[in-house]
Design a protein around this ligand. Structure first.
Ligand code: ATP
Ligand code: MG
Length: 544
């Protein structure tokens, strides 16, 4: 590789491996457990595994790590595949750890034959007790010195259903005094009567992650097995399994820091809780940090990949500002999302001196991009503006509409507020304005300097829609996430209005609502009423 771009530490390792001949190519894998939907943290791992393979003209497998049948589900398998592809990656192969259960069983027998594994009768609590602590060595299990013959017989009996769940386990015979607790005779097989989504009731015993993972990697010929930092202490066990099961060539494990985002929880366990307890509408609720939630919210795969690229890979854990992800989304949508005008909280304006039946004006679809063209916008005597763009008694620097003040309507006329109409409670219900008929684009007074420009919609042709505004799921602060849930993370505006050009939008289409933010069409839309999600607002709070 001659490219001069700075290398991350994974790439430096790969460069070294290719140079030394440890590897002749790059084959990585993304190994999700199908026990939930993927989240933005997984996106980092996906971008790293697939992205690194692509950089080295190698390949990346999608391997479902389905060794825990109790928590796994076909719904998750489908969603994971969809999310990986939506992010823009194509797996070389789609595989399942359960494809290798026979191979793993053979490897376990091999360890028994080598005197490197034994069947243990201690229960879970006793095993924990015997394991010792970080400061005290563990104690040998009374079963540790069983003969190879006896171990083999017992293990086969475990497979054949002679024992109850939890009655016996198979353990690797390594070192009960190892300073690394993972090396103190870890469990490698357990008895579990559970129907597996792929292998059905074939197996009553299942391999543990630390045994299954290196063997899956070896079986596929993975060259670089990239995982998160919490597995660093498991690496000696990974290497022990690979070596003693005679895996050749031997895969290697490398660890990087997980992504943590401010004001977001990431663990599937907690996300599942939000779904199960109905705090959100589902795994794809637009507030969720799941890939399917971000997709429904309107985030683009390009922006998520850009985000993953910018955060890079590091060897120490940290928390990334959620504002950076939004910054990436804003940057991408700024280039691609056509402009529309929508009024979220409408206030009626009657332009008293405007004569005739109305007219059709033009507005740019994408400023700075002429090719995107213009669209028709209707203008007539009655329009709506944003309620917050009017104040009856404004403070000094209020450049929006107020009695006796002028504003420009975007791509239309300059109007002046002449009078205010209120209901019996004193709430403003309507404004009476006049317009300067010469002030529209190209007119004699079009260049008149006016401080404020407002978005608006034409009353006759605008279409009612629902707008959903989102905020972070969690409030700022520390502590248990259930105490930090933001009860105002969803705000529904049921009577927004969008200009006519917004009505033929399809589910997933993204727009910039001028002066408001980026929005997309939610699948909850009906033929009679569109629902728009706030993707991100326009103001960039990210401070680099
Ligand atoms: P969770 O605790 O959210 O369920 P997990 O690590 O148990 O996460 P897996 O399905 O086992 O989820 O993860 C698949 C891959 O994605 C693993 O290699 C894992 O290390 C990686 N991964 C998971 N969460 C993150 C994260 N926050 N940042 C980076 N990588 C992650
Ligand atoms: Mg997991």
């Amino acid at each position: 590789m001659t490219e001069s771009k700075a290398r991350n530490f994974i790439e430096e390792i790969i460069d070294g491996d290719l140079e030394s001949g440890r590897a002749s190519h790059v084959l990585t894998r993304f190994p999700p457990e199908p026990n939930g939907y993927l989240h933005i943290g997984h996106a980092k791992s996906i971008c790293l595994n697939f992205g690194t393979a692509m950089k080295y003209v190698g390949q990346c497998n999608l391997r479902y790590d389905d060794t825990n049948p109790v928590k796994e589900d076909d719904e998750y398998i489908q969603s994971i595949r969809r999310d990986v592809e939506w992010l823009g990656f194509t797996p070389e192969k789609v595989l399942f750890a359960s494809d290798y259960f026979d191979y793993m069983f053979e490897c376990a027998l091999k360890l028994i034959d080598k005197g490197l594994a034994y069947v243990c009768d201690l229960n879970a609590e006793q095993i924990r007790e015997y394991r010792g602590t970080l400061t005290e060595p563990g104690k040998n299990s009374p079963c540790r010195n069983r003969s190879i013959k006896e171990n083999k017989q017992l293990f086969l009996e475990m497979r054949d259903g002679k024992y109850a769940d939890g009655e016996k386990v198979l353990r690797a015979k390594i070192d009960m005094a190892s300073p690394n607790l993972n090396m103190r005779d870890p469990i490698i097989y357990r008895i579990l009567r559970a129907t597996h989504h792929r292998t059905g009731d074939k197996w009553l015993i299942y391999p543990m992650y630390d045994f299954a993972h290196p063997l899956g990697d070896a079986h596929e010929g993975i060259t670089h097995s990239i995982c998160t930092l919490e597995f660093e202490d498991h690496r000696p066990l990974y290497d022990w399994v690979v070596q003693n099961c005679d895996c050749d060539p031997a895969p290697h494990q490398y660890e990087f820091a997980r992504l943590n985002l401010t004001r977001t929880i990431m663990s599937k366990r907690y996300l599942k809780k939000l779904v199960d307890e109905k705090f959100v509408s589902g795994w794809d609720d637009p507030r969720m940090p799941t890939i399917s939630g971000l997709r429904r919210r309107g985030f683009t795969p390009e922006a998520i990949r850009d985000f993953c690229e910018r955060i890079g890979v590091a060897k120490s854990n940290s928390e990334v500002d959620a504002g950076l992800l939004e910054h990436c989304v804003r940057e991408h949508l700024g280039q691609i999302a056509p402009r529309r005008m929508a009024v979220l909280d409408p206030l009626k304006v009657v332009i008293e001196n405007y004569e005739g039946d109305g007219e059709t004006l033009q507005s740019e679809n994408l400023p700075k991009n002429e090719e995107a063209g213009t669209r028709d916008i209707k203008f007539s005597r009655e329009i709506y503006i944003e309620r917050s763009d009017f104040m009856e008694n404004p403070p000094g620097k209020f450049f929006r509409l107020a009695p006796g003040k002028e504003v420009r309507l975007k791509d239309a006329y300059i109007i002046k507020c002449e009078s205010v109409i209120k209901d019996e409670n004193g709430s403003v219900t309507e404004l009476r304005c006049s317009c300067d008929p010469d002030s529209k684009s190209g007119g004699p007074t079009a260049g008149r300097k006016i401080k404020g420009t407002l978005h608006w919609v034409d009353a006759a042709s605008a279409v009612p829609c629902e707008v959903r505004l989102y905020d972070y799921l969690l409030n700022e602060g520390e502590g248990d996430f259930t105490d930090r849930l933001n009860s105002e993370s969803l705000k529904v505006l049921p009577s927004a209005l969008i200009e006519a050009a917004g009505t033929d939008a399809l589910v997933g289409d993204r727009f910039q609502f001028m002066r408001q933010g980026y929005f997309n069409v939610d699948p909850d839309s009906t033929p009679g009423k569109k629902v728009f999600n706030l993707i991100v607002n326009l103001k960039d709070s990210y401070k680099g």
